[in-house]
Design a protein around this ligand. Structure first.
Ligand SMILES: C[S@@+](CC[C@H](N)C(=O)[O-])C[C@H]1O[C@@H](n2cnc3c(N)ncnc32)[C@H](O)[C@@H]1O
Ligand code: SF4
Ligand code: SF4
Length: 321
């Protein structure tokens, strides 16, 4: 299959034409009349994780609550996702691979529109309707383990290598299913090129985003300025060298040099409305997928935001207000 755009071939693009038409209509409604209808989705499929990473926003607002059932999600998919023609949806968590029953359901109900973001410390299953796995790797082994816990890199590496040595999925080699996502912070920024080189030729793609703080002065945030600019310039150079391997467009990476999102904890240019973000109980999270349904919770700092999934929309001309 020829990879035309973001891992999709001609047959995918033809089959998905109704979604592209729907996105076009939503964009037109937004540009002409400022009508804001979500185009993409993000779902915390569970409230459990096996790791406790130092940079993680999810633990900041976590409360002891149960997960909802597969049947509850079936209704939500029907009423909120498929009725509104939500296109690609990322399953997050917690650690989503701990709920393979819910992943299975989403892949069945929204075939080839589901990405699973995972720490990949458990073996990766083959799901028929999966789009791809976004495997989180926070730098090369030593720094990744400092952030994610000793031995976690080795487990993730083994699970990726086991998966890609397995059989084709729907006629596509398994390595095409694996994309890596790295969240860059003050501890791991120096390893971006090494991580990209380590996995080049083994997996399909790698994407980068920056740490988003929930408190001013968070030491993990790579502050705006010379050093951050030099990291972005390195990413842009990598993109020019390996245009199909590096996911981020240059226009998006350039935004990452400064504030593209908002003022304080309020989104302004950020199109937080464009992604329907639900927590593990199906409640809408505010202001975005790293926020919370509880208005009293800790909030991400929009003016220092480094998230990839919203900044890519800004780079495509989709704005907040
Ligand atoms: C919360 S995790 C959930 C999925 C899964 N447990 C994993 O680690 O991939 C989703 C993604 O958010 C990233 N992340 C966590 N905290 C972040 C923060 N403060 N800013 C930006 N990204 C963050 C993680 O590195 C991971 O790639
Ligand atoms: S594995 Fe994912 S959800 Fe769990 S602590 Fe790490 S980043 Fe957060
Ligand atoms: S994605 Fe970033 S800028 Fe947008 S609402 Fe969330 S924290 Fe704010």
């Amino acid at each position: 299959m020829v990879d035309l755009i973001y891992g999709r071939g001609i047959t995918d693009l033809l089959r998905e034409m109704p979604f592209y038409i729907s996105i076009f209509k939503k964009m037109t409604a937004y540009k002409l009349f400022h009508i804001k209808q979500p185009m993409y989705g993000s779902v915390d499929v569970n409230n459990v994780c096996n790791l406790h990473c130092t940079h993680c926003y999810w633990w900041l607002n976590r409360k002891e609550e149960r997960d909802i059932t597969v049947e509850d999600w079936r209704k939500i998919i029907k009423e909120k996702f498929n009725k509104q023609h939500i296109f690609v949806t990322t399953l997050v968590g917690g650690e989503p691979t701990l709920r393979s029953d819910i992943i299975e359901l989403f892949c069945k109900e929204m075939p080839k529109r589901i990405c699973v973001v995972t720490n990949a410390t458990f073996p990766l299953k083959r799901y028929d309707g999966l789009y791809f796995y976004w495997v989180s790797m926070d730098g090369t082994e030593e720094v990744h383990d400092r952030i994610r816990g000793k031995g976690s890199y080795a487990k993730t590496r083994k699970n990726i290598l086991d998966y890609i040595s397995g059989p084709d999925r729907n006629g596509k080699p398994a390595w095409k299913d694996i994309w890596i996502t790295m969240t860059i912070n003050s501890q791991n920024y120096m390893t971006v090129e090494d991580l990209a080189e380590e996995w080049r030729g083994k997996i399909n793609k790698i994407g980068f985003q920056f740490h988003t703080p929930f408190a001013k002065g968070d030491p993990l945030m790579l502050p705006f300025g010379e050093l951050r600019n030099s990291v972005v310039d390195k990413l842009i150079a990598l993109k020019k060298k390996y245009p199909n391997y590096i996911v981020n467009p240059i226009s998006q990476m350039s935004l990452m040099k400064g504030n593209w999102g908002g003022v304080g904890t309020t989104p302004v240019d950020c199109p937080s409305w464009a992604i329907l973000s639900l927590d593990h109980m199906g409640r809408v999270k505010q202001p975005c997928c790293i926020g919370s349904a509880d208005p009293k919770s800790m909030k991400p700092i929009c003016e220092e935001c480094g998230l990839g999934c919203y900044s890519i929309l800004v780079a495509q001309g989709i704005r907040g207000n």
